[in-house]
Design a protein. Structure first.
Length: 179
């Protein structure tokens, strides 16, 4: 893992963070099947590998970070040699005693090198300092790399919401008890 530093975002970071490549590629997706029969609902979530990699657009506009970064409860930045290479956005006002991660972005060339892990662990420390009890990550069902990361760090599937994002993608929620 490269030697990175993580700190709260400063106003001078915001434009650079908005300019990071927010899209990603995925070789697999998670599909949801819902069956309803005789008063019982069965939901199956299954991994499905695609015949080729697909490019997936990020569900939030990168411009959103410029517009509302000061409204977030926490915005942590990963730095390499003083340059922003990723960020994580945290809110603590959605669900009581819960840190809610709605953005986790890493510069394309720095992905799969531990930067996302470092940002999630720093967000967990941030939440522990505020005596929050749980952390939730919202992810697109197509974001297979981030889903694998969440599971690797001990997050469990805890729900989904159809048409959650502005682009109408399904959100999967993964949560972890932290306090």
């Amino acid at each position: 893992m490269p030697e990175i530093a993580i700190r709260p975002a400063l106003s001078g970071d915001i434009e650079q963070l908005a300019n990071l490549e927010h899209h990603y590629t995925s070789e697999c997706v998670w599909q949801i099947d819902v069956q309803s029969d005789d008063g019982q609902i069965q939901i199956t979530l299954r991994e499905s590998c695609l015949p080729r990699s697909v490019r997936v657009d990020y569900p939030h506009s990168p411009k959103k970070i410029c517009d509302d970064w000061q409204k977030r409860s926490g915005l942590l930045v990963a730095l390499l040699n003083g340059d922003p290479i990723g960020y994580i956005s945290i809110r603590d006002d959605i669900v009581p005693q819960t840190a809610w991660v709605d953005d986790l972005v890493v510069m394309r060339r720095m992905r799969r090198q531990g930067v996302g892990t470092a940002l999630l662990l720093a967000a967990q420390q941030w939440a522990n300092q505020r005596q929050l009890k749980r952390m939730v990550i919202e992810l697109q069902s197509k974001n297979y790399p981030a889903i694998c990361l969440a599971q690797k760090l001990g997050f469990d599937f805890s729900g989904y919401h159809e048409r959650y994002f502005s682009n109408l993608d399904i959100a999967l929620f993964f949560s972890k008890i932290i306090g």
